[in-house]
Design a binder for this molecule. Sequence first.
Ligand code: FAD
Length: 314
Amino acid sequence: MSSACAPIEYAPFDERLIPCVQALLINPIRENVRGSTLTTFAIGGTLRAVVTVETADELSKVVALLSSEGQGCRVLGNGSNILCGDSPVEGWVLKLGTGFRKVESLSRGVLEVSGSVPLMSFARKVSDEGLSGLEFAAGIPATIGGAVFMNAGAHGDEICSRIVEVRGVLADGSSVVWQRDELPWRYRHAGLPTGCVVTSVRLSLVEGDRATISERCAHNLAERKARQPLALPSAGSIFKNPSPELPAGMLLERIGMKGVTIGGAMISEMHANWIVNPKREATAQDVLALIEACKAKALAEEGIVLEPEVRLWM
Ligand code: FAD
């Protein structure tokens, strides 16, 4: 199972494989795409090849071919929790296309949701239909696949508590289905194996009163807008909370990190656990330097080790 969020080493990109991979795909491979255009941080250098797959069959074949050639794949959801490096990033980038935007109702409240369905609009839709369980997701700009991989959560709730089963494709191209209890869910961590692509998830939501559900969503969103710098490019919270009693934002504010700036990156004045890129001029190095500054100060002044929540693609 993958561990936390240290950057993974990838073999150098082998461009000779482009025609072989292209032959397996409906969509054209996009080469040399700026990471800044695919992430909410708006930071990052070149991604060598972005492969958008439309079917599980395409996905399995591409993944199997690349792994047999010793090439690694990075999975990109909505790019809302990724800091992409400044230099060209090794590894192939896989993205689930519109073929993975399906929602199937299996019975009242039990839904099969494909990996590239946007979490926010899906959460709004089910809430409007009187299904409760995703009110916490209002304002989280994730895909379903990314939300499952990260075990996204807010307001004391997290997506794993609604999951019945997770379907995916492993690094060798084989399909896999996990029942909820077969995965080691933790705070912001599903424990999925490295290279696994989540293709769909079965969720169980509960019938509730529409007005109450909408009110909860609106309340959560309003709270978010009041506390978080949503108008600026960011990746949301940079660090995991050291404990429920001591959120990282509270700790970082206490040790005076609000407003600290390195290059184009700044610790938000609104929320000390958010690094923002106000002028879209920050480099990944600027953000990494701020991360290191926060970690060093938290350790020196409070004896606390901060662990990044953001995934580093270096
Ligand atoms: P990405 O950022 O694209 O990827 C994140 C990780 O998931 C990567 O390791 C990637 O390889 C992996 N991944 C993505 N898709 C798949 C897939 N289909 N299969 C396997 N692995 C995959 N997070 C919270 O938990 N709570 C919040 O309240 C919250 N608020 C946010 C608010 C803002 C404004 C922003 C910018 C971010 C916020 N985040 C929050 C962070 C982020 O939205 C979540 O971590 C989210 O789950 C990431 O989903 P994504 O689709 O963007 O994944």
